[in-house]
Write a protein that binds this ligand. Structure first.
Ligand code: SAM
Ligand code: SF4
Ligand code: SF4
Length: 361
């Protein structure tokens, strides 16, 4: 049972921008945090709005008609986003992922994609798929390379209940097909598994995507934000997901594509493709976490579970030059020591966490 919590606006407050490290000279190439982790990925939230109300992310009881989303003037413009991404590239970022909220709800998103594509980085997007069939061609033409589509069940009733807006599963399946047809592939399909809600569909999903060329990944349900009423009992450990699939379709573990890859990879012994599991709860991967997040209103977060962001928009709109923004970024990253998933449990329940739809999943 979810109680109504109005997320505290002071959760969105900013930490003071740290001083740049003494050794900083912009552009400085690879930045390392206090645990020796580089800043390699930038996840950019382009909107805090969504047309779904997934029970584990934006429960209706909290994200209702009275919920105050950010006004448009608070959102970073496409020019501002591109500028931050370019400066982040100077500091070692190699991958950009657009997310939200639902990124395809941001008007003219193709224009942003075209601007970011010029940076010549790996450029992807995570979507709920609701508007993907119509937009797949224009996204690809703008320079998007791949998409990740979230899909929690193939069972229509279960899927409708999880997105909680009665959205039919077939439309998401059509969107996956449309995206693959225009060349946005390989497609990753992300399923968050919640015990008693969609775990009955794990093997069926594996069966459906086996041999399709799409990579299905099961994500452990996480305690992000303050509104989803998370309980450890609702988490199905990835080991259990693998065991259930392995019993039907034998699996073999395979090496990561690159060091620090978040998903653990498994391939079907019969050669019909691979699946992944993301075990943020039962096997934390903080020690190799290279992800920074830029919120919709321009705050830089160094962890999905951070309690404060660093206000880059204030700098940008205050007239700061690229050097000053780069110096701020270097200062923030060099002081980073985040490892929430490693220390989750007894020490963490009181933490005021930011909602995933705001910070960007
Ligand atoms: N709206 C887009 C979507 O759903 O793909 C992008 C944003 S969404 C926040 C990004 C990803 O976060 C989705 O794959 C979603 O399933 C995942 N997610 C959201 N809440 C989660 C939670 N509590 N635990 C694990 N994953 C979660
Ligand atoms: Fe929207 Fe994505 Fe969150 Fe679902 S997971 S409510 S689609 S932002
Ligand atoms: Fe990275 Fe924070 Fe997640 Fe750990 S908890 S993997 S530091 S985002």
């Amino acid at each position: 049972m979810v109680t109504k919590v109005i997320p505290l606006f002071d959760e969105r407050s900013s930490a003071p921008l740290p001083r740049p490290p003494a050794a900083y000279a912009a552009p400085s190439g690879t930045l390392l945090d206090t645990r020796g982790r580089a800043m390699r990925d930038l996840r950019i939230s382009v909107t805090d709005r969504c047309n779904f109300r997934c029970v584990y992310c934006m429960p209706k009881e909290v994200f209702d008609n009275d919920y105050q989303f950010l006004p448009h003037t608070d959102l970073l413009t496409f020019e501002e986003i591109t500028r931050v991404a370019r400066i982040a590239k100077d500091h070692g970022v190699e991958k950009l992922r657009l997310t939200g909220g639902e990124p395809l709800l941001r008007k003219n998103i193709e224009r942003l994609i075209a601007m970011l594509a010029r940076l010549d980085l790996d450029l992807t997007l995570t979507t709920n798929g609701s508007a993907l069939a119509q937009k797949a061609q224009s996204l690809f033409d703008a320079g998007l390379q791949r998409v990740t589509v979230s899909l929690d069940s193939l069972d229509d009733a279960t899927f409708r209940a999880m997105n909680d807006v009665d959205f039919p599963v077939q439309k998401v399946l059509d969107a996956i097909a449309a995206a693959a047809a225009v060349g946005l592939k390989p497609i990753k399909v992300n399923a968050v598994v919640k015990r008693g809600t969609n775990d009955h569909d794990i093997v069926n999903m594996a069966r459906h995507f086996k041999g399709s060329g799409h990579i299905l990944r099961f994500i452990e349900y996480m305690d992000v934000g303050a509104s989803n009423g998370w309980r450890m009992d609702d988490v199905i450990p990835s080991a259990e997901v693998i065991a259930r699939i392995h019993a039907e379709f034998p699996l073999e573990a395979i090496d990561p594509n690159y060091p620090g890859e978040v998903a653990e990879r498994w391939r079907y012994a019969d050669g019909s493709g691979e699946i992944g599991v993301i075990s943020s709860v039962t096997q934390a991967f903080c020690s190799t976490c290279t992800r920074a997040r830029l919120s919709t209103e321009g705050k830089l977060y160094t962890c999905l579970f951070a309690t404060q962001g660093h206000d880059l928009r204030r700098l940008i709109r205050g007239g700061a030059g690229d050097d000053a923004i780069g110096a701020a970024m270097a200062g923030i990253w060099s002081q980073r020591g985040d490892r929430y998933s490693e220390i989750r449990t007894a020490q963490t329940p009181g933490i005021k966490k930011i909602e995933m739809s705001y910070i960007g999943g």
